[in-house]
Design a protein around this ligand. Sequence first.
Ligand SMILES: [Zn+2]
Length: 220
Amino acid sequence: MINKYFFIGDDECQICKINKRLRGKKICNSCLKSLQIYNYYGKYEDLEEVLVACYYNDFIKAVVARYKFQKETYLYNIFSDLMYDCLIQNIDPSLFTYIIPIPCSKKTLRERGFNCAGLLAEALAAKLNIPYLNPLIKDHTLEQNKIELRERTKNLKGKIRLNKSFSEDLRGKRVLLVDDIITTGSTLKEAEKVLNENSASAIKILLASPSYHTITNSEV
Ligand SMILES: [Zn+2]
């Protein structure tokens, strides 16, 4: 799946596309500085064992918007590099049996044409040589007009469940659960709960998240 995505020229920065002649590097120093590498591993709100590659700031917000909404899918390559670096600096990757993406609903898949987290998970799996598995499903199954009014908001959020044909594969396994950006962490928590209920444990990895430890100018 990954190979069908378009790559831009090797000698120019894959984020700004302005700075050239990078001699094999994928991003220029200016973009690298704007990314604010975090490489965090620890607790995020009430989620345990979360890895975060970058701080969430206006720069990454804009680059992720290009990836998600403007079909600049080649950016998965940069994002997965950042996540890979964060992972190997904090954890032994051989702990994981599978790499699993946070799913998106069929509706989102239709609108965007790809699962943002799925592409990152596939790229990480290839870089780490660990099998990619896509066992989670996000539903928007119920038609809104058939649901009680008080249930509608809940239904709109979508529910995550396990494709039962994968339950034996996951039993007793430790998996790496991949998402791009989180704000509240509720989707990750829901996905983790589903995996835990099926006797799998998950470490979560994110491209970026807002942090309690916001960088101040004096720390940069
Ligand atoms: Zn650049």
